[in-house]
Write a protein that binds this ligand. Structure first.
Ligand SMILES: Cc1cc2nc3c(=O)[nH]c(=O)nc-3n(C[C@H](O)[C@H](O)[C@H](O)COP(=O)(O)OP(=O)(O)OC[C@H]3O[C@@H](n4cnc5c(N)ncnc54)[C@H](O)[C@@H]3O)c2cc1C
Length: 490
């Protein structure tokens, strides 16, 4: 079968099948490398329909791709890759409360357009200058300000998709297609079970977000958030947008060490900040190994619309409450200075990735756990203990206001013993997180790396529901296989 030859007759958009292009598309921001058969830049929705229909009839995997910044191998496949960032990257409409976009638009480009209207789409992944809205929906991405505003799933109002057989689909709370109706029939009798088996955390990208589909009203469009392109290929989405807050204020506090910083988080949350981020000395180092004399920093932002003095009042009260535990490292209330601090925070993962030295690498697997913030200190203490008992170096930072910790052990990938250690650490840490009612991934998703742990997270009852959802949407199992549903379950 010559796939590329067939695609030339099917698609209006460009087809790439040379070995260099396939090599470029064989990687994302994970450690995996899988060469696709061909890459297509779909010209429009019609192209997507024909390509999905072809892939399904030939049983070839079809995988949508935005910027390829997914950290878990979500956009990798040996089948056909649909890259939306070239042609399907437009803003379709902006009104007062909503923006409608094609999936390939880069978040940073959308931010610029929204800012002209004093609006914003709050989820702000550190990769925002590259990642696309399609990728953000499919991974249910979030970022620094998710504490104040929520993850991408909270903003998803409507979606247009192409199903595996090439049919068009549509979902919003008030209007949806037949497949979505069947989804409702499948899930509504299971509402209690779904509510019981989902974690009680503010952000979650593990498995399918069936809890959000049946929360309050029926929200069928939310089944696509965190679905990693396994149920359908999105061709446009309508998202809720907000007014940019009129006043913001930020402070950077220095703590002696990680645990004293994290222990302060519940007290900080009482003052309703929109962001509480942590940077440990393992990520930001000065010459003496500490950051401005502190072992760990918390960056805290407050926002409001009434007056700057009201915002600063809350910030001062918060600082006062913590006065015996930390020192003020920096303070800012003008946009330029605030953005400068956040710019440094957003560079954390980039800096960490540069820690790779030969085969010794910071490995992502337990890099995105979430527990309730009031038990985060206990979880962090256990994590540090696990690292110490295994004599493993590590890096740690994250969205601690959400209880979301980013951590990576530094592992020599040429040593079988060390590689086995990653799995044993993951089993231990995930078991602790699940026992504490948390999630194994708050924002990065499952992809190839974590799909095998989804059953550990939700148990058999919910994962068998996931398989039924997958069968309903993708009976040919061609939509980005091996993500969300393990390949051996297909
Ligand atoms: C340095 C760095 C920093 C990061 N920081 C953050 C962070 O702060 N917060 C966070 O949440 N994540 C973060 N990430 C992870 C990543 O950037 C996000 O998950 C991002 O939203 C992925 O977008 P993308 O366009 O690169 O998607 P891709 O990686 O290309 O794809 C991701 C998934 O989306 C699916 N997809 C893409 N388009 C469509 C479509 N049209 N229809 C159906 N499915 C589709 C793909 O099939 C795949 O499963 C970071 C990554 C890096 C490398």
């Amino acid at each position: 079968m010559n796939i590329a030859q067939d695609l030339l007759c099917i698609a209006k958009g460009e087809i790439l099948e040379d070995s260099w292009s396939r090599h470029i598309y064989s990687v994302d921001a994970s450690h995996y490398e899988i060469e696709p058969a061909a890459v297509v830049y779909p010209a429009d929705e019609d192209d997507v329909q024909r390509l999905c229909k072809y892939a399904s009839s030939k049983k070839i995997p079809i995988t949508a791709r935005g910027a390829g910044t997914g950290l878990l191998g979500q956009s990798l496949s040996y089948g056909i890759i649909l890259d939306f960032s070239k042609h399907m990257d437009k803003i379709i409409d902006i009104d007062n409360d909503y923006v409608t976009v094609q999936p390939g638009i880069v978040k940073g480009m959308l931010d610029k357009e929204l800012k002209k209207r004093n609006k914003f789409l709050p989820p702000d992944p550190a990769s925002g200058n590259y990642c696309t809205i399609g990728g953000m929906i499919a991974d249910n991405s979030s970022g620094i300000h998710s504490l104040g505003y929520g993850s991408t799933i909270s903003f998803l109002e409507e979606i247009n998709v192409v199903y595996a057989n090439g049919q068009l689909g549509f979902a919003s709370p008030s209007k949806y297609d037949d497949k979505m109706k069947k989804l409702g029939e499948l899930l509504l009798p299971q509402v209690h079970k779904i509510r019981n088996y989902y974690p009680s955390v503010s952000k979650n990208s593990c498995g399918y977000r069936l809890d959000a589909v049946v929360a309050d009203n029926f929200n069928p469009q939310k089944v696509f958030a965190a679905s990693e392109g396994t149920l359908g290929v999105m061709t446009s989405a309508r998202l809720h947008i907000l007014d940019i807050p009129a006043y913001r204020s930020l402070m950077v506090l220095g703590f002696e060490d990680l645990l004293s910083a994290i222990s302060a988080v519940p007290a900080i949350l009482k003052f309703c900040p929109v962001a509480v981020e942590m940077l440990d000395h393992t990520v930001v180092r000065s010459d003496d190994g500490n950051i401005d004399g502190a072992g760990c920093l918390l960056i805290i932002e407050f926002a409001g619309n009434r007056s700057i003095s009201k915002v600063e009042e809350r910030m001062r009260a918060c600082k006062q409450e913590l006065s015996d535990r930390c020192s003020m490292v920096e303070y800012a209330s003008d946009e330029e200075s605030i953005n400068k601090v956040w710019g440094a925070r957003k560079n954390a993962l980039n800096s960490i990735m540069k820690l790779t030295l030969g085969s010794r690498k910071p490995i992502g697997l337990i890099e995105d756990t979430v527990v309730r913030p009031d038990i985060l200190a206990e979880h962090a203490a256990n994590l540090l203990h696990t690292y110490q008992e295994n004599k493993v170096d590590y890096v740690i930072y994250g969205h601690v206001g959400d209880g979301n910790m980013h951590t990576r052990p530094l592992i020599d990938t040429s040593s079988t013993k060390e590689v086995e250690l990653i799995c044993s650490i993951a089993n231990k840490v995930f078991a602790q997180v699940i026992k504490r009612g948390g999630t194994i991934t708050g924002e990065h998703g499952d992809g190839l790396v974590r799909t095998g742990y989804i059953q550990m997270m939700y148990g058999k009852r919910i994962t068998s529901l996931f398989s039924r959802v997958k069968k309903l949407f993708d009976p040919s199992f061609t939509m980005n296989p091996c993500k969300k549903i393990p390949c051996n379950d297909l």
